[in-house]
Design a protein around this ligand. Structure first.
Ligand code: ADP
Ligand code: MG
Length: 469
């Protein structure tokens, strides 16, 4: 049997807590949600919409080995071992800090931030490093003030490579998280106009992303997007933090740039040179944006001192996660349609990238290109402009028909040539009804919008309606 994630005593010490009802049982994991808690987990009672302390008893019923609770929690009959701390968020952070501290000196921690592509890049790195040695990363997009400490706290002591996604909605959020993770390598995938409602400008977003360098270990490396408008700002901030810069991108000045890049509708083949050595690999997720993320991945693997050749081969076998470009061929009439589900989220950059992928699907396979678009949210005062500006990308992709929903997309829809106007509706449910009546064999349908625009259900409805019986 492999060693437990933590012993109870180690956790008490790590959290600087007080043990009540001690146990010798091993702690196999950490959970903040009783619905997904596994037997043997430490349940961490956090306060969100509901107070996690209300669920402590339930956690023990579900098999929790122990619970981390705040002062003031009144134990109930049926409760098991408790670790009491003044504040459970700080307690979780302390456990995360201890997990980071116990890694071997040769272990490498990579932190990933950026306006888009964090989770995808994290998943690529995890797949690549897993081919080399024990690798730890969150399964999901756990990137905030809970997700980062939780991911660290779940990290086994034997981890050789850790990949930590760090996100933010406000200035100042990344600083404590990167100081907790203490990365050797920090990647900024890109800086784009997202969350503009919370920031005065895109430069302000770049400044907030640059906080990631503040947690870098001495001698750390900043991996920066040379093609991004905010490269210089990030470079200055990274240098000020004492980081060495490695840039990636298609720009001729980039340290890691493709010698060749073959973009197809089902993936990208890349040839590049790092440190005088040549690497060839295929990325199974299509799109130039993903290929660019893969350059950052290659750079990070190299900087982590891992066998880059072996590691990169993992990318040919890594499918896109649900809602981020996953593909499904479905029977319709006596032919087929191709559904590209990008419904997980959207911003101007990822919208353009997804439309560009739609434009690479060969007409010979799928004759008609349909874009199904929901509002991009949190876009700030320029939101209408950001939507209308997508017209160029819609046209460049050779899109034949656009189905759109939401008040912002109404403006893009109105700007389109009449023959491209499929339908516009207020909400996504009505749009599904319109769409199903118009779909025909030979269509490729790309569905995208912000999470809150509920485009996921559109993709699900189509997949269900046309599923192989
Ligand atoms: N470098 C990039 N530039 C623009 N869009 C990107 C980039 N990388 C990924 N995307 C797109 O952004 C969306 C979100 O990807 P994801 O990896 O979940 O990012 P995040 O974790 O930052 O939210 C997806 O549609 C993805 O295809
Ligand atoms: Mg994410």
């Amino acid at each position: 049997m492999s060693s437990p994630l933590w012993t109870f005593d180690e956790l008490v010490r790590a959290a600087a807590g007080r043990a009540e009802r001690v146990t010798g049982a091993p702690i196999v994991g950490l959970s903040i949600d009783t619905r997904t808690l596994q037997p043997g987990d430490l349940f961490v009672a956090l306060k969100d919409v509901r107070d996690g302390h209300e669920f402590v008893t339930k956690a023990f019923e579900a098999g929790a080995a122990a619970a981390l609770v705040a002062e003031g929690y009144e134990p109930r009959p049926g409760d098991g071992p408790l670790i009491r701390v003044p504040d459970t968020v700080s307690g979780l952070e302390a456990i995360g800090r201890a997990a980071r501290a116990r890694l071997a000196p040769e272990a490498r921690v990579v932190a990933v931030t950026g306006s888009a592509g964090k989770t995808g890049t994290k998943d690529m790195l995890r797949a690549c490093f897993s081919r080399i040695g024990p690798t730890h990363a969150a399964d999901k997009s756990f990137n905030n003030h809970w997700g980062v400490p939780l991911t660290l706290a779940r990290m086994p002591a034997t981890t050789r490579f850790a990949v930590i996604e760090i996100g933010m909605n406000h200035a100042g959020e990344i600083t404590p998280l990167t100081r907790l993770a203490r990365p050797h390598i920090a990647i900024v995938t890109t800086v784009e106009p997202v969350h503009l409602a919370q920031f005065p400008s895109v430069e302000a977003i770049a400044e907030a992303k640059a906080e990631i360098f503040l947690g870098l270990e001495p001698g750390g490396v900043a991996i920066l997007n040379r093609d991004n408008t905010h490269f210089e700002l990030l470079r200055r901030r990274a240098e000020a933090a004492g980081a060495r810069i490695v840039s990636f991108g298609q720009d001729a000045r980039a340290d890691v740039k493709p010698r060749s890049l073959e973009i197809a509708s089902d993936g990208t083949s890349i040839e590049l040179e790092i440190g005088g050595r040549e690497f060839r690999f295929r990325v199974a997720v299509p799109g130039i944006h993903i290929a660019r993320n893969a350059l950052a991945v290659a750079a990070a693997i190299h900087e982590a001192g891992a066998d880059t050749e072996t590691a990169l081969q993992a990318l040919s076998a890594l499918p896109p996660p649900p809602g981020r470009g996953s593909r499904q061929e479905l029977p319709v009439g006596d032919g087929r349609i191709l559904l590209i589900d990008e419904s997980y989220n959207a911003n101007p950059a990822s919208m353009r990238a997804a439309l560009a992928v739609l434009g690479t699907v060969p007409r010979a396979a799928y004759a008609r290109r349909i874009a199904v678009l929901g509002d991009m949210l949190e876009m700030g005062p320029e939101e209408i402009g950001h939507h209308v500006a997508l017209k160029e990308a819609v046209d460049a992709a050779g899109t034949d028909l656009v189905f759109a929903c939401g008040p912002n997309m109404a403006h893009l829809f109105a700007a389109l040539a009449p023959e491209k106007q499929g339908a516009w509706t207020a909400g996504s449910a009505e749009l599904t009804e319109q769409l199903v009546t118009r779909i025909a064999a030979g269509d490729v349908i790309m569905i995208k919008g912000s999470n809150g625009s509920r485009m996921g259900p559109v993709a699900e409805a189509l997949a269900k309606k046309f599923a192989t019986k």
